[in-house]
Design a protein around this ligand. Structure first.
Ligand SMILES: CC(=O)N[C@H]1[C@@H](OP(=O)(O)OP(=O)(O)OC[C@H]2O[C@@H](n3ccc(=O)[nH]c3=O)[C@H](O)[C@@H]2O)O[C@H](CO)[C@H](O)[C@@H]1O
Ligand SMILES: [Mn+2]
Length: 335
C-alpha cells in the first residue's frame, strides 16, 4: 500500500514538474517572440506637437478623381490626401529607424548610384535610414554622400545565372536580415528594386503595419487581367474572380515584424513550389500578391510610389515619387 502510495506521489510529482517545464518553455518562447521587435505599438499612437499650425482638415472636400480607401478601410495614399508637414511632425517624435533593402547583383550594380543619390533627396529626408545593399560586387558599390543619421551597409550575396532566382531569393535574404540584424534595430523596413530612381517625396505618409504598392501597369484593369499565378498547383495561385489589386514586387514594406512574416511565408511558399518543379509566373511578386490578398495591407500606396519611366503619366497621377528606369533586359540580365 505504502509502495503504491509512494509510486503515485512520484508519478504526480513528475507530471507536475513536466507540466511546469512545458509551461516555462512556452512562456520563455512567447516572451522571446514578443520582445524581439522594438517599440511595440509604435504604429498606433499618433502624438502631434502642441500648437502646430496647418491647414484645417475637411471630410467634405478632397480628391474625387481617385479612391482613397480600400474596402477593408486601409488608406490609399495619393498626393493631396495627406499633410507632409503634419506627418513629419508626428513621426519625428517617435525616434524611429527605417531600414531599406536593395539588391544590386551582377550588372544591376550600374543602377545603384542613382538609386542611392536620389534617395538622399527624397526618401525619408530628416529621418534615420539604414540602407542594406546586397551585391556580388562589393568593390563596385559607389561612394555616395549621405546625410547625418543615414548609413549604408554592404553585404555580399552569391550571383546566379538566372535573374528569376536573384529576384526571388530576396525574400530569404530579407527574412535572414530581419532575424539576424534588424530586430530591435529598426522599426520599419522597405524593400525596393534597384533599377529605379526617386523623383518626389517618399516619407512618413508611407508608414504602416503592412504596406503594399499598387502596380502602375494594371490599376485600371479588371482583375481577370492581373498577372497573378493562375495554376492551382502553385502556392501563389489566385483564382479568376479573386484578388484585390495587383501589387508590385519592386516595393513593399511596413513594420519589421510584419515584413518578417511576409518574407518568411513567401520564401517558404516559393521553395515548396520549387521542390515540385513549379515557378510562379512572376516569382516572388506572385507570392507577394497571394500573401497580400489573404493578409490585407494596412496601408496601400498609389502607383505614384512605383511608376515606370516608359509609361506616360495618367491624369490622376499628380506626382511621380519613385519610378523604374528604362532598361535593356538583354544587356543587363544574366539570362
Ligand atoms: C517594378 C516591379 O514591381 N518589378 C518587379 C518585376 O519586374 P522587374 O522587371 O522590375 O524585375 P528586375 O529585373 O528589376 O528584378 C528585380 C530586382 O532584382 C534585382 N536583380 C535582378 C536581376 C539581376 O540580374 N540582378 C539584380 O540585382 C534588382 O534589385 C532588381 O531591381 O517582377 C519581378 C519578378 O521577378 C520582381 O518582383 C520585380 O520587383
Ligand atoms: Mn525592377
Amino acid at each position: 500500500m505504502a509502495v503504491l502510495h509512494t509510486k503515485a506521489v512520484t508519478v504526480i510529482l513528475s507530471v507536475t514538474v513536466l507540466l511546469g517545464l512545458l509551461y516555462l518553455s512556452q512562456y520563455y518562447r512567447s516572451a522571446v517572440e514578443t520582445t524581439t521587435f522594438s517599440q511595440p505599438g509604435i504604429d498606433l499612437h499618433l502624438e502631434s506637437p502642441e500648437h502646430l499650425k496647418y491647414n484645417q482638415p475637411s471630410i467634405v472636400h478632397g480628391r474625387t478623381d481617385v479612391v482613397t480607401v480600400t474596402p477593408w478601410l486601409a488608406p490609399v495614399v495619393w498626393e493631396g490626401t495627406f499633410n507632409p508637414f503634419l506627418l513629419d511632425s508626428i513621426y519625428k517624435r517617435k525616434n524611429i529607424t527605417i531600414a531599406a533593402t536593395v539588391f544590386a547583383v551582377g550588372k544591376y550594380i550600374m543602377f545603384l548610384k542613382d538609386f542611392l543619390q536620389t534617395s538622399e533627396e527624397h526618401f525619408f529626408v530628416g529621418f534615420r535610414v539604414d540602407f542594406y545593399v546586397f551585391t556580388d560586387r562589393p568593390n563596385e558599390v559607389p561612394k555616395v554622400n549621405m546625410a547625418a543619421g543615414r548609413m549604408l551597409t554592404v553585404r555580399s550575396v552569391p550571383s546566379s545565372n538566372r535573374w528569376q532566382e536573384i529576384s526571388a531569393r530576396r525574400m530569404e535574404i530579407i527574412q535572414n536580415l530581419i532575424e539576424k540584424k534588424l530586430q530591435n534595430r529598426a522599426d520599419y523596413i522597405f524593400c525596393l528594386d534597384v533599377d529605379s530612381k526617386f523623383h518626389g517625396r517618399w516619407g512618413a505618409e508611407s508608414l504602416g503595419g503592412l504596406v503594399a504598392v499598387i502596380h502602375p501597369g494594371y490599376y485600371r484593369d479588371d482583375r481577370s487581367r492581373f498577372p497573378y499565378e493562375r495554376s492551382p498547383a502553385s502556392n501563389a495561385y489566385v483564382a479568376p474572380g479573386e484578388g484585390d489589386f495587383y501589387y508590385c514586387g519592386g516595393a513593399f514594406g511596413g513594420l519589421v515584424e510584419e515584413v518578417h512574416l511576409l518574407a518568411k511565408t513567401c520564401r517558404k511558399n516559393f521553395e515548396d513550389d520549387a521542390k515540385r518543379g513549379i515557378e510562379a509566373a512572376w516569382q516572388e511578386e506572385s507570392h507577394l500578391n497571394r500573401y497580400m490578398w489573404i493578409n490585407k495591407p494596412s496601408k496601400v500606396l498609389s502607383p505614384e510610389y512605383l511608376w515606370q519611366d516608359f509609361k506616360p503619366k495618367n491624369p490622376e497621377v499628380q506626382i511621380i515619387r519613385f519610378s523604374g528606369v528604362i532598361k535593356n533586359y538583354a544587356n543587363i540580365r544574366p539570362n
